[in-house]
Design a protein around this ligand. Structure first.
Ligand code: PMP
Ligand code: GLN
Length: 380
């Protein structure tokens, strides 16, 4: 059979590649981002209970209403946002799907989308599969801040959207109020949409305030804001998330969603609708993960890697310049095979493979895992 690829330049994701290599070489896996500690027993119990209580048929297409109501309450509590659970929230099978659906909702062939690189690896293929073009702007190395002048200069009549991600994967940077002001200036009076990837909203450290788009009604009116329960509740395998967007945008988003997966796993939604009311469960996450960041940073001083700062997400980047000058992919593969530690080479997050000799480490791991990894890294 002849098949013309819709994504001819795309291979298997770096997360899959590095996790497979980690398994093959029995390496400690600080590559793909997932926690290796158990999730909340209470939440597991609530979902099990929902199954036992026969919540096992299709929920409404936009999502289980009590869950949408709990999300709206949470958005009001955290961000003073007025979100209508009936018209503005759609439950999705993960954050990635929410982002994909948002792009599919708005993009026409020939449109341009501004993407900051390094970028989470699904964004550009999502854009291209919709016949649109990613206009990439590098975050400024080494602190990875946004060059807003470059953004202003990249805007053309074809610009359909800007995608932002804070806290940021892979760099651990977060946007501040000044970034919001700059963004506001650029989109004011245009038809540019914003897709805001906020899957790490609760993974933000040092008491920094998360600049959710939900805080800013003038930006929210043009935005699709995407979240993931997998990140918030340390259950990445559950693949459940949601998209918040104004009613008119949500109406179109749901047209895409209803013919893709239609609706999501019912028992998980029923369990989460109860668990979401427990504020402590999501508010305590930042301190818990920050402790891991600090512990990992401290341990890494025994190695020849130089870590950058991480203010959010569960990632921290670091250069191996004191060890080698080889390319980051080759180095990451050799590190997995020879040292027994898997990481992610940051060039994988650039369309054209920009290589600053930086690796991404996931520190959302048990203490023993971090210790085992650093012991190996210190000998390399
Ligand atoms: N965006 C970013 C930046 C991520 O790191 C992730 C996690 N893989 C996602 C979106 C998607 O989350 P989910 O697993 O819920 O699809
Ligand atoms: N978000 C996770 C990461 O960045 C994993 C995503 C995936 O495996 N697709 O590592």
């Amino acid at each position: 059979m002849q098949l013309q690829s819709k994504l001819p330049s795309v291979g298997t994701t770096i997360f899959t590649v590095m996790s497979a290599l980690a398994t093959e070489y029995k390496a400690v896996n600080l590559g793909q981002g997932f926690p290796d500690f158990p999730m909340s027993e209470e939440l597991r119990g609530l979902v099990t209970e929902a199954m036992k209580n026969n919540f096992n048929q299709y929920p409404p297409m936009p999502g289980w209403m009590p869950l949408r109501e709990a999300i709206a309450e949470k958005a009001a509590f955290l961000y003073q946002a007025k979100i209508n659970p009936d018209t503005d929230i759609t439950i999705t099978p993960g954050g990635t799907y929410a982002i994909y659906s948002a792009f599919t909702t708005i993009l026409q062939p020939g449109d341009e989308v501004i993407v900051f690189e390094p970028a989470y690896d699904s964004y550009i293929p999502n854009i291209e599969i919709n016949g649109a073009k990613a206009i990439t702007i590098n975050l400024v190395y080494p602190d990875y801040h946004i060059d807003w002048l470059a953004v202003q200069q990249a805007v053309t009549p074809k610009t359909k959207a800007i995608i932002i991600n804070s806290p940021h994967n892979p760099t651990g940077t977060v946007i501040g109020e000044e970034d919001i002001n700059q963004l506001r200036k650029i989109v004011a009076g245009t038809n540019i949409f914003i897709i805001s990837d906020e899957v790490y909203e609760h993974l933000i450290f040092d008491n920094i305030r998360h600049q959710s788009i939900l805080r800013y009604p003038d930006l929210l009116e043009r935005s699709f804001v995407c979240f993931s329960f997998g990140k918030t509740y340390s259950c990445t395998g559950w693949k459940l998330g949601y998209c918040i967007a104004p009613a008119a945008l949500t109406k179109e988003f749901r047209k895409v969603h209803q013919f893709n997966c239609f609706s999501c796993h019912t028992p998980t939604q029923v369990g989460l609708s109860v668990f979401l009311k427990n504020k402590e469960a999501y508010l305590s996450l930042a301190d818990f993960i920050q402790e891991k960041r600090d512990y990992f940073k401290q341990l890494m001083q025994q190695t020849r890697f130089s870590l950058q700062d991480s203010f959010g997400s569960y990632f921290i980047c670091g250069t191996y310049e004191r060890i080698s000058d080889e390319g980051d992919k080759d180095f990451a593969i050799r590190l997995t095979k020879e040292a027994g530690v898997a990481t992610i080479p940051v060039s994988a997050f650039y369309q054209r493979g920009k290589d600053d000799h930086v690796l991404r480490f996931c520190f959302s791991k048990k203490k023993e895992t971090l210790e085992a990894a650093v012991e190996k890294l210190s000998k390399f």
